[in-house]
Design a protein around this ligand. Structure first.
Ligand SMILES: [Zn+2]
Ligand SMILES: [Zn+2]
Length: 448
């Protein structure tokens, strides 16, 4: 019987777009299907552009995935013409993991955790993520799905989005653990520890592990922009420390309004900050899209949460800019970059930049935004926490799992990450694009 074939299709030395195909008999499983660096997220929704993306290597060349109507060359076998039965498994809802879904045949099943799928639908409804017209399949934890010879299990993990999973997959000759993106510094590190222990018992041949935090390994810290010298940095390494620091700030800045720019998928942080706000007698006023997201996702009104109203609108759960202006110390306001102009109508107070857009100097508008905010008088704090595990946590996780072989990916520095993994006594393999591997071939390469 032939061995499971393994092909790497993206993300070996970059953050995101990490895609792998596993094939056995007439079945194929693809794990994650994110946008490649350089591909436009909106254009990726247009199925008439598939050939263009393929030509520019902005989509992986995979058999059995794209519809005949999207392909005009004979280079790739379409979904309809292929004998392969393909399914996609999705670890979580970040664009670098799902951003290319708008290109696949609508019939290919896309499995993700049921929790992630519910959250996804709410994010789409409130325009926080694009709508991918595909064959979605929500999988409750810890259901095992069978796809031909593949047995697939989603394991609840912790990342800065809801429903993030590690994925275990096995055939009769191969066991793979796909870590997804993860951290031990979030609200639920115990979920990660649980699946890590299960991964150890699973005795995987391959561990595919993300290495985001190794991306700057050995580099000097990036020099600060002049404007960045005028802002504060809370420098928190985990979510709990961030909450404590924000609580302290609220108890010190009794006269000021507090404003915050959060990452919409980190809905847990929003809820936790609401608890702090409540204890500090502040109402939490949200941008309306966030208010609706919260209400829809939890199917109920959440105590102490209000929304920022337009001038003419008045309900018992709305707060106007005028009201914020009149008693700023009664509120914390969540506002995202798109609608941040309202900040220039308020008396300046504390502004917390908490993993919202713009993320850093690599994004357009960042420097100008900081400059305008500081000049207006806002006390600007960097108040983010990474969604990714620290270097030492990644090494500990891989060490605890003890796979036969580790493949470091989802990092700009797979070699640096790999060398550190080797110091833990682990076997590291660096795959290449355009090669079809089997586990035997990987072990040979590993011993060579
Ligand atoms: Zn990622
Ligand atoms: Zn992610």
């Amino acid at each position: 019987m032939s061995q499971t074939k393994i092909e790497f299709l993206g993300g070996l030395d970059t953050i995101g777009g990490n895609i792998i195909s596993l094939q056995k008999n007439d079945y194929q499983v693809i794990m994650d299907f994110g946008a490649f660096v350089g591909a436009d997220i909106k254009q990726l929704l247009d199925r008439s552009l598939t050939e263009k993306f393929l030509e520019k290597s902005l989509l992986p060349k995979v058999e059995g995935l794209y519809s005949q109507s999207q392909l005009n060359s004979n280079s790739l076998t379409s979904f309809e013409a292929s004998s392969l039965n393909t399914a996609i498994c999705l670890s979580h809802l970040h664009l670098d993991h799902l951003g290319s879904l708008g290109q696949i045949s609508k019939q290919v099943p896309v499995y993700t955790s049921e929790k992630a799928l519910n959250f996804y639908k709410n994010l789409v409804e409130n325009s926080f993520l694009p709508k991918y017209d595909v064959n979605w399949q929500g999988v409750p934890y810890p259901t095992i799905i069978q796809h031909g010879p593949f047995k697939i299990t989603f394991k609840e993990s912790d990342h800065d989005t809801e429903g993030a999973s590690a994925i275990f997959i096995e055939t009769n000759d191969l066991k793979v653990v796909h870590s997804g993106d993860l951290r031990l510094s979030g609200y639920n590190p115990q979920r990660v520890l649980k699946w890590v222990e299960e991964a150890h018992s699973f005795e995987p041949d391959l561990l595919l592990i993300e290495g985001t935090s190794f991306s700057n390994f050995g580099d000097d810290p990036a020099p600060l922009l002049t404007i960045e010298e005028k802002i504060h940095n809370l420098s928190c390494s985990n979510e709990r420390q961030l909450l404590k620091t924000i609580d302290q700030l609220m108890s010190e800045k009794l006269k000021d309004i507090i404003t915050i720019n959060l990452y919409p998928q980190n809905i847990q942080r929003l809820l936790e900050i609401n608890e702090i706000a409540k204890n500090n007698q502040r109402k939490f006023v949200l941008d309306k899209a966030y208010y609706q997201l919260l209400e829809n996702f939890f199917s109920k009104r959440i105590d102490n949460i209000f929304y920022l109203s337009e001038e003419t609108e008045k309900t018992s759960f709305s707060v106007s800019a005028e009201e914020l202006k009149n008693s700023p110390n009664d509120y914390i306001l969540l506002i995202d970059y798109e609608r941040h102009q309202v900040l220039y109508q308020l008396p300046a107070g504390v502004y917390l930049h908490s993993n919202g857009v713009p993320l850093g100097s690599f994004m357009a508008g960042y420097e100008e935004f900081l400059t305008n905010m500081v000049e207006y008088g806002w006390d600007f704090y960097q108040a983010g926490v990474s969604g990714h595990a620290s270097q030492s946590d990644l090494l500990m996780i891989a060490y605890a799992i003890q796979p036969k072989v580790v493949i470091p990916w989802h990092t700009f520095k797979p070699k640096a990450f790999g060398q550190e993994l080797e110091t833990k006594g682990l076997n590291v393999f660096y795959p290449q694009y355009g090669q079809i591997y089997t586990m035997d071939k990987i072990l040979e390469g590993n011993n060579a």
